[in-house]
Design a protein around this ligand. Structure first.
Ligand code: MF3
Ligand code: CO
Ligand code: CO
Length: 265
């Protein structure tokens, strides 16, 4: 594992990229309504990132990904490909995952949206997935072990009788979209050899994918990207990019309505 430590100047640059990624999720919120297609949502995000933010949508052409954001609907766990024929409808839950590159630095964040009136059971899944992310963020500080993050997420999810996706994880981030370390969302994937003690200046994402049913996933072999639950039940995800500070954590992609939001200095 080769985990980079960012300098204060590099963190300042990541703060800007993170804020831009968060702004895209704020900007797109009023458009997430029954009747719009995920392709249209992608186009609006793309135009905003390129023309308003003067930034680059990182997913576009990343390992051949064809669009600028990921849109993952209902039983789609992650990496859903926006499409003009995929119209979102009342009762759906939708994840939009935004990664922007500004001056070479990445900011990566995603959130769930309720489309119209959503059943209570689906809302509960989304809320618990967000609680998983928030509980993990709360323990991040120098000295915290990487495995503690997965442990606390899995404990909360399993306590609510949900399961945690194991095949996809959070990641280090910076000039590179996905770098070391891998941030597992369950605790059992680490042992003393590959666990990591967090240090000031490390930057990574936490992005738990929580399933209503079983943890198993299925990759769509036709498009090579879309990951769904094997049992076709719902899945929810929330993601933030953060930096370990001297005494805790700074969430670089926080939105104004979140408890850990800080005004830009
Ligand atoms: N943004 C995703 C993540 O959280 C990665 C998307 S890769 C893509 O790591 F190619 F699907 F866009
Ligand atoms: Co990510
Ligand atoms: Co992401």
């Amino acid at each position: 594992m080769n985990v980079s430590i960012k300098t204060p100047e590099q963190i300042a640059a990541m703060r800007i990229a993170g804020r831009l990624a968060a702004d895209v999720l704020e900007m797109i919120t009023p458009y997430v309504k029954p009747g719009i297609s995920t392709g249209e949502l992608d186009q609006i995000c793309h135009d905003y990132i390129v023309n308003v933010q003067d930034a680059i949508p990182a997913p576009l052409n990343y390992n051949g990904f064809p669009k600028s954001v990921c849109t993952s609907l209902n039983e789609v766990i992650c990496h859903g490909i926006p499409s003009d024929t995929k119209i979102i409808k009342d009762g759906d839950i939708l994840n939009i995952d935004v990664t922007v590159i500004k001056d070479g630095w990445h900011g990566d964040t995603n959130r769930m949206f309720y489309v119209g009136d959503v059943p209570e059971h689906a809302k509960r899944l989304c809320v618990v997935a967000q609680e998983c992310l928030y509980q993990a963020i709360e323990i991040v500080r120098p000295g915290c072990k990487l495995s503690d993050i997965g442990t606390i997420i899995a404990k909360h999810a399993r306590g609510k009788h949900y399961s945690v996706v194991e095949e996809y994880c959070g990641h280090g981030i910076g000039l590179v979209f996905h770098e070391d370390p891998q941030v597992l969302h369950y605790g059992e994937g680490y042992n003393r050899r590959n666990d990591l003690v967090l240090k000031e200046g490390m930057t990574f994402t936490i992005e738990p994918m929580i399933n209503a049913g079983k943890k198993q996933t299925k990759l769509n072999m036709k498009d090579g990207w879309t990951v769904t639950t094997k049992d076709r039940r719902l899945s929810a995800q929330w993601e933030h990019t953060m930096v370990v500070t001297a005494d805790g954590v700074e969430v670089l992609t926080a939105r104004p309505d979140e408890p850990f939001y800080q005004e830009l200095k």
